[in-house]
Write a protein of this length. Structure first.
Length: 165
């Protein structure tokens, strides 16, 4: 279903404002603040998203899709180790910029994009392991679990993920 132009603008503004608010204040930011920043009424938010968690899930979905595309693009790179590191740093940077990602995954982790990201990261880890760039005992779940800590210590965690020389 295609939205009217004004409805699409409101949705885009709402998702942009929600992304900013969740990143700055975590999942406890108020719907009123999100609506104010988006320039829409409180009712507009709840007509589109019946709960705050539904809005959080939509923001999470977009961010996980972005990371999934970075992981998929890394599979096409010739420098396998460099591509894995690029993905890892991009994902860690996402967690550093967005205080709500950890809580959002806990609350709304069953979204299709989280599953899609897990598959893409699994393929990337397998690819990096086959090239000898990542330890054989590392899983996609390990990589994603390490992301929040990686936002502060990417070099330390990447060193631990690399295959021994």
């Amino acid at each position: 279903m295609t939205l009217r132009a004004d409805a699409q603008r409101n949705l885009d503004a709402l998702l942009g404002a929600a992304t900013e608010c969740f990143a700055e204040h975590g999942v406890d930011c108020s719907v009123d603040e999100i609506a104010r920043r988006a320039g829409v009424g409180h009712g507009t938010v709840f007509r589109r998203f019946p709960t705050k968690d539904a809005l959080l899930a939509a923001v999470l979905e977009a961010q996980m899709n972005d990371l999934m595309h970075v992981a998929e693009a890394a599979l096409e790179e010739e420098d396998v180790a460099g591509a894995f590191e690029h993905f890892f740093r991009a994902a860690a940077g996402g967690y550093a910029r967005n205080r709500s990602l950890v809580e959002a995954v806990k609350r709304c982790g069953g979204t299709p994009a989280v599953g899609g990201l897990m598959v893409a990261v699994g393929r990337l880890v397998d690819h990096a392991q086959a090239a000898g760039a990542v330890r054989k005992d590392v899983t996609a779940e390990d990589v994603l679990t390490l992301m929040p800590a990686a936002s502060a210590y990417p070099d330390v965690i990447l060193a631990g993920l690399r295959s021994p020389a």
